[in-house]
Design a protein. Structure first.
Length: 332
């Protein structure tokens, strides 16, 4: 194969990095971490020597497992310089397979502020091109937040999506508290009594399960980690059934009002699109395509998960309204 001949001409250090990144038959050890969603869909994250430290911190924040698992998709992180070399090598390959068995062409990209996501219709693997640097910097945290766009992309075709929401739970029932920045998601989460568990207060992955159910996975509140202001971690693999979506509104009196499916779909899609498009640097037609996919997934969720408008006063016990809607005994 011509690509093998080209690879042979590369410097040894560059060859080792490419082989390690995309697989080989010589058993080179590769650091990998695993994320299982909805108990069935497992993603493996891996990288190169240049990205290993960053990836290790990413895995620690989300409590990813390092023990090998069967997985359906790979997300690979690598420096821009290595991707450029690998992609040029494969672009002149005339054989039926590349050195790494990955397609040589027809890749599509999604450019974000600091990460470029490469994906291909023929495979479930995603490649994330990134610049390397100080893993303790704010930029590294921002890149971790953007790296999750690879997960969002994999889930989109499976009906899943991220939501700008808090995820709270009582007696095994999860509730999404949806709202724009500043409406009070974090404040309401902090005000909940001990009978409620706050799993996440900013971002949630909504993943379809069996029998039209949706499971919520908490995602990190990345802003808490900027400037090394927090060492908090999140158990992203933990999940809870989403039994209700509650759209927060500030009000003088506590009140809960059922929300129709159409309005619920629009409110869920708005919060989901906010996360799905955050940092995206792409033409309007790409943005519109993502919005359509997100709305379709949100509409499917709205058909199976009841939604409400939850109006919260500044000092009232708004959680009593939540408990009424869920037919839970009131918190004393």
């Amino acid at each position: 194969m011509r690509s093998i001949r080209v690879l042979a001409l590369l410097p040894l250090s560059r060859k080792i990095r490419i082989i390690r990144l995309f697989g080989n038959s010589q058993g080179i050890v590769q650091l990998s971490y695993y994320l299982t969603l909805a108990g069935t869909f497992t993603i493996r994250f891996s990288g190169t020597p240049e990205t290993d430290e960053w990836l290790g911190k990413f895995a620690k924040i989300m409590r990813l497992e390092s023990s090998a698992k069967e997985h359906l998709s790979d997300v690979r992180f690598f420096p821009t310089s290595i991707w450029t070399c690998w992609h040029k090598t494969l672009s002149i390959c005339q054989g039926p397979q590349s050195v790494s068995l990955l397609p040589a062409d027809s890749w599509q990209t999604k450019q974000f502020s600091f990460i470029r996501v490469w994906h291909h219709q023929g495979i479930d693997d995603i490649c994330c091109e990134m610049e390397t640097g100080d893993c303790g910097s704010d930029l590294s945290i921002i890149m971790m937040a953007e790296a999750l766009h690879a997960v969002y992309l994999l889930l989109r075709d499976k009906g899943g999506f991220p939501v700008h929401a808090a995820l709270v739970e009582r007696e095994g029932m999860g509730v999404l508290l949806v709202g724009a920045s500043g409406v009070g998601k974090s404040t309401c989460s902090q005000r909940l009594p001990n009978s409620w568990n706050v799993l996440g207060d900013d971002l949630v992955l909504a993943v379809p399960g069996s029998t039209n159910a949706y499971l919520g996975h908490p995602l990190p509140t990345w802003s808490q980690l900027l400037s090394q202001s927090s060492t908090r971690t999140w158990n992203v693999q933990s999940c809870v059934p989403i039994v209700a979506v509650m759209v927060l509104e500030q009000a003088e009196e506590d009140e809960i009002i059922p929300l129709g499916q159409s309005r619920a779909a629009m409110r869920i899609a708005h919060s989901a699109s906010y996360v799905s498009l955050l940092g995206l640097v792409e033409p309007p037609e790409t943005v519109a395509s993502i919005r359509r996919s997100v709305f379709n997934n949100a509409a499917r969720m709205a058909k199976s998960v009841p939604a409400f408008v939850l109006r919260c006063s500044l000092h009232g016990k708004f959680w009593r309204k939540m408990e009424e809607a869920l037919k839970l005994p009131p918190t004393i």
